[in-house]
Design a protein around this ligand. Structure first.
Ligand code: AMP
Length: 265
């Protein structure tokens, strides 16, 4: 199973291609999940491109698409919810988007129950979500193997996101400070810097200089998203920043990822 919110792009495609290569049957789910959007977030204007999405799934050799309605996923008399506790459910993305991960957890659980897949595929780009889904799959004894796939980037280094369509050309150019800030920090880590605060400061000052509105920058342990004081391989630098009204997130894995800069950038 490959759960998505549609508006499919090359990032989704990489998950789908991997799932098709590794499994006999693949179902892709397309559902813009209202429960994971805050009251002032972009649920209503989130891009919806169902015809193009279904054409992509057919071309990719996917066996089924599951495109449920809101009423199917959320019966109006529903009383059941899920909550994520500890740093994963409280820090960073969870702090900035109250209720978001409870909504993600609920819909992922519903989708896993509906499909009972052997494996479910998620993108590393949504790093905190991946960590939560890995825990959820274990905590609820689902027996589902969670497969995390690397972040796919545009040639200029920007992580591909359905929300990139909101960016004007000028905003998109400024957004490149995100991958270049992470590339700088990765280079410092590779050169021996192990002070997590210093690495975060490199990222912050680069984003500041580009005039981006920083939500958070942190060096975290991959499993539980607690703060790493001394940076170590497999720790992740996670960030969220606003460019105009668009909020973007990105992540690199120390000692694992190569620098997220585009050819010629
Ligand atoms: P979404 O439709 O945004 O909910 O994303 C569906 C899945 O695709 C999630 O597991 C995302 O992490 C993953 N995904 C989104 N963008 C990318 C990307 N650029 N590279 C890899 N995976 C991605």
């Amino acid at each position: 199973m490959v759960p998505t919110m549609g508006a499919l792009h090359a990032g989704h495609r990489s998950l789908i291609d991997r799932a098709v290569a590794e499994n006999e049957r693949v179902v892709v789910t397309i559902f813009v999940n209202p429960a994971q959007f805050g009251p002032h977030e972009d649920f209503a204007r989130y891009p919806r491109t169902l015809d193009a999405d279904l054409a992509m799934l057919a071309a990719a050799g996917v066996h089924a698409a599951f495109v449920p309605s809101v009423e199917t996923m959320y019966p109006p008399d529903g009383v059941t919810g899920l909550s994520i506790s500890g740093p994963l459910g409280e820090r960073l993305e969870a702090a900035s988007r109250p209720g978001h991960f409870n909504g993600v957890a609920l819909v992922v659980t519903k989708l896993l129950v509906a499909g009972i897949p052997d494996r479910a595929y998620f993108g590393q780009k949504d790093a905190q979500q991946c960590a939560i889904v890995r825990h959820l799959a274990r905590d609820l004894n689902t027996g589902v193997e969670i497969v995390v796939c690397p972040t796919v980037r545009d040639p200029d280094g920007l992580a591909i996101s359905s929300r990139n369509v909101y960016l004007s050309a000028a905003e998109r150019a400024r957004a490149l400070a995100i991958p270049s800030s992470l590339a700088l920090a990765l280079a410092r880590f590779d050169a021996g810097e192990r002070d997590a605060t210093s690495l975060a400061t490199i990222v912050r000052s680069h984003l500041d200089k580009a005039g981006l509105d920083i939500d958070y920058v942190a060096v975290v342990k991959a499993d539980d998203f607690s703060e790493a004081e001394t940076a170590a391989p497999t720790n992740q630098i996670v960030l969220a920043a606003r460019i105009g009204s668009t909020r973007l997130i990105d992540v690199v894995r120390l000692g694992v990822d190569t620098a997220p800069v585009g050819r010629g950038v």
